[in-house]
Design a protein around this ligand. Structure first.
Ligand code: IMP
Ligand code: MG
Length: 179
């Protein structure tokens, strides 16, 4: 395991993103939508640094039943989301921008619920992986195309508790994965 982003760098990154968000949304009607599960630690830290008012909601993805590294399809509850999305500036909070498929799926659904404008903030962007014509609006750190864990992100339930972001070696991933 190799540490990619240490605790103090995570703190500085979250502080910088929170300032950018406050500047962008000052005087606006902001709704923050957290994309569970990998973003829980980032979301918890970020929302405590944003001092302008905002509504908060969550969207989940189905847990994949196999050992796939990709989350399952999104679970959107329009009854819950519509009241806090309609007519408001929506900011989606996500752990990793990988292929872009999740944002590509989610943003039009938030548009359909009547959002005034949808943007996204992501903690990590994996270099060279994007497959969809979508970009994060606020970006934490670029990382190489490696499987990362820690700071809320897991591999098969492990490593969420780590206070830093680390890359797993391919042999560590293979050793943990059911064959
Ligand atoms: P997307 O490909 O941009 O839609 O991102 C898919 C999701 O896959 C991310 O939000 C993460 O939850 C998960 N994911 C992608 N790469 C990693 C990784 O290196 N570690 C942990 N989760 C990952
Ligand atoms: Mg996971």
């Amino acid at each position: 395991m190799q540490i990619l982003i240490a605790e103090d760098q995570l703190r500085e990154t979250v502080d910088r993103l929170a300032r950018q968000i406050e500047e962008t949304y000052s005087g606006r009607k902001l709704t923050i939508v957290g994309l569970l599960l990998g973003s829980v630690a980032f979301l918890a830290d970020l929302i405590r640094k944003i001092s302008i008012p905002y509504e908060l909601e969550m969207v989940s993805s189905r847990q994949p039943m196999d050992n796939s590294e990709r989350p399952g399809p999104l679970v959107i509850n329009p009854d819950v989301l519509a009241p806090v999305v309609e007519g408001r500036d929506v900011l989606v909070v996500k752990d990793i921008f990988d292929t872009g498929e999740t944002l590509w799926e989610l943003i039009p659904q938030l548009d359909d619920l009547g959002a005034a404008r949808v943007r996204s903030v992501v903690l990590l962007v994996k270099e060279g992986r994007r497959r969809m014509p979508v970009q994060p609006d606020f970006k934490g750190c670029d990382i190489p195309d490696l499987f990362v864990v820690g700071y809320g992100m897991d591999h098969l339930g492990k490593y969420r508790h780590l206070p830093y972001v680390a890359a797993l070696d391919p042999d560590e991933i293979a050793a943990e994965s059911p064959s």
